[in-house]
Design a protein around this ligand. Structure first.
Ligand code: KG4
Ligand code: ZN
Length: 332
């Protein structure tokens, strides 16, 4: 089964062709990062317009790279929620038009189901259940994934997402946008124990996250340090505070539920310190750890095609009248 995936929920225009949910025939991503770097963040209207300019060309290219013709496509999968409405509408309109013109089924995919499915593209033999930490610019969610399309949500962020915390932290340190990669790089030259930033563990047993207090602590630190600010140490200590809590709660979830498999996905899963420390913790306990390569961690259409494949097998096609939805938690 050849699945054409389309992802336009935020600032990456992406189109992919995936065979049977596991084999990536093409996965093209046109990033808008340079454009949004000028404004220090994503401007929704600009993002939508860029999707319009790029999507048709990208669909043609993805088909060409996959060496397929339109009649070879069996299913179209598109992100319809959550995301920027204008941006989502570009992908959804294209997907519906293609489905209608080709007479093929279409599935409306939740963006976070896509991130979860990036683990199956990486480790097709990954067994259920597994603990899944989804960490991106818009989400920080911890789930027990029990089957394709079935999971239990353990917790999520109460304020900023982990990626958002990296982005805001980088801005406070004058490091630019997007913050995650630049903090990751800068931190390598710093001491993660130089500054004791707060860790929000929240109530005992909670699997929720909170990063707004950490951001305020960094702001205060930067103001007090003035010209004496050591950016490398501040970046390393700030990163350590985020990574500590992410790993602490993820490992505790695995221990408490007796599940020896952990998967981490979403843009922040590209963080080298997170990968380093989590693989140490997983190794000590004999847990399997799956972290997709960066190209599948960041927003991409291959993960949407994979999620759409499993969704189609389990629940069938979506009705062509489906909507775009700005905000919807991935329920448990
Ligand atoms: O999944 P993603 O591409 O888009 C969303 O759905 O949000 O995630 C983007 C986020 C940004 O906040 C970016 O700063 C963060 O992922 N990120 C990182 C790293 N690379 C990207 N955060 C920490 N370390 C990284 N190496
Ligand atoms: Zn994402």
């Amino acid at each position: 089964m050849n699945i054409l995936g389309i992802e336009t929920s935020c600032d990456e225009t992406s189109v992919a062709v995936v065979r049977d949910g596991v084999e990536i025939l093409s996965n093209l991503i046109a990033s808008q990062v340079d454009i949004h770097a000028l404004t220090g963040g994503v401007v929704p209207e600009v993002a939508a317009r860029k999707h319009v300019e790029r999507l048709s060309v990208l669909i043609e290219k993805a088909m060409h790279e996959a060496n397929l013709h339109y009649p070879d496509i069996d299913l179209i999968a598109v992100t319809n929620r959550p995301g920027l409405i204008g941006a989502l509408m570009v992908g959804v309109s294209a997907a519906k038009a293609l489905a209608y013109a080709l007479g093929k089924p279409v599935v409306a995919v939740h963006h976070l189901e896509g991130h979860i499915a990036s683990n199956f593209l990486t480790a097709p033999d990954l067994q259920f259940p597994f603990i899944c930490l989804i960490v991106s610019g818009g989400h920080t969610d911890l789930h027990i994934v029990q089957a394709h399309g079935r999971r239990r949500r353990l917790g999520g962020t109460r304020d900023d997402a982990a990626g958002e915390a990296f982005d805001k932290g980088a801005r406070l340190l004058g490091l630019g946008y997007p913050g995650g990669p630049v903090i990751d790089r800068t931190a390598k030259a710093g001491n993660p124990e130089a500054i004791e930033f707060p860790r929000a563990w929240l109530e005992e047993g909670s699997y929720d996250f909170s990063f707004s207090g950490l951001k305020t602590a960094l702001l205060r630190y930067v103001q007090q340090a003035g010209d004496a600010l050591n950016v490398q140490d501040a970046a390393a200590s700030f990163q350590e505070a985020i990574v500590d809590v992410l790993i602490g709660k993820t490992v505790r979830a695995a221990e408490q539920h007796g599940i020896p498999r952990i998967a981490v996905c979403g843009g922040v899963a590209a963080n080298s310190r997170l990968k380093e420390l989590l693989s140490e913790e997983a190794g000590k306990r004999g847990y399997q750890l799956v972290v997709p390569p960066s190209i599948l961690c960041t927003d991409n259409a291959a993960m949407i095609a994979a999620a759409g494949y499993y969704q189609y097998l389990t629940f069938g096609a979506s009705d062509l009248h489906f909507d775009t939805i700005a905000s919807e938690a991935l329920s448990g």
